[in-house]
Design a protein around this ligand. Structure first.
Ligand code: ZN
Length: 119
């Protein structure tokens, strides 16, 4: 028998797992692109500029998606541990609407406001 809290968040778990697999696929694709670009830069300086710019964009994407993936994986671990849905700062239950919008949030709305962050 699955316990009650797992049932309560089963739709969110599916969504988190879905998001995690999309992100993993994207990160793989970014890594492939970045590896391909590691070769010597083009002789043409204009091409060089484009290549370096792409590398910067990919590096930024890489970092932000990696952070999101980490947050999602942490949320899945909290689901497994049964601590999902509780604010990590005050311990109160995070509103269902907030979890639906931000399934990997670790703070309730009032603590998030206090810290001026959304996750
Ligand atoms: Zn809180």
């Amino acid at each position: 028998m699955p316990n009650k809290s797992k049932d309560e968040y089963s739709a969110l778990r599916d969504e988190l797992e879905q998001q995690a697999s999309v992100l993993r696929a994207r990160l793989d694709a970014i890594h492939r692109d970045r590896t391909m670009q590691k070769g010597p830069l083009s002789a043409d300086w204009q091409e060089q500029a484009t290549e370096l710019e792409n590398e910067e964009v990919l590096a930024e994407l890489d970092v932000s998606q990696r952070h999101t993936l980490e947050a999602i994986e942490a949320a899945l671990m909290r689901l497994d541990a049964g601590s999902y849905g509780a604010c990590t700062a005050c311990g109160k239950k995070i509103a269902t609407a907030r979890l639906a919008a931000l399934p990997f949030s670790t703070l309730c709305i009032s603590c998030a406001r206090e810290r001026e962050q959304t996750v």
